[in-house]
Design a binder for this molecule. Sequence first.
Ligand SMILES: Nc1nc2c([nH]c(=O)n2[C@@H]2O[C@H](COP(=O)(O)OP(=O)(O)OP(=O)(O)O)[C@@H](O)[C@H]2O)c(=O)[nH]1
Length: 138
Amino acid sequence: MTETQRSITEVAAGILLDAEGRYLLGQRPEGKPYAGYWEVPGGKIEKGESVFEALKRELWEELGIEIESSEELTVLEHDYPHAYVRLHVSIIRDWKGTPKGCENQSLSWELLSAEKPSVEPLLPAAWPMLERLRTLLS
Ligand SMILES: Nc1nc2c([nH]c(=O)n2[C@@H]2O[C@H](COP(=O)(O)OP(=O)(O)OP(=O)(O)O)[C@@H](O)[C@H]2O)c(=O)[nH]1
């Protein structure tokens, strides 16, 4: 397949934001592209799913939490060697349950007011979404 024929992978990503101004990052498990990199929770949107439905499913599978609502933050695209990805990024302020690493992934709560996260490396496309969030909330 040539570059111009690359299909777009649609992804839903959810920034969990708590009352203390912290957001959640998860570490990509072994076996996935960019294993070991930190990311905002989420995953690929399946055929027939809305962004919210995908987010709800992914956050249940990955973190064991239930969400009833989300706020759209931004849509951004990133050209990776393995895929051309379009990320639909939402903010989630309310959820049921305590996030845990259901896929054995490590989790880290990070302060939005900090200059950069305490964990690294981050997936390249995670940086612009955090920038967007800071701009919105500042
Ligand atoms: N969840 C998430 N994915 C991101 C972020 N940034 C980013 O570039 N991506 C990209 O979006 C895609 C998400 O796919 P994924 O592999 O996590 O999706 P998934 O859980 O459905 O994977 P699976 O098909 O292996 O089950 C990957 O290509 C990943 O590199 C981010 O902050 N969060």
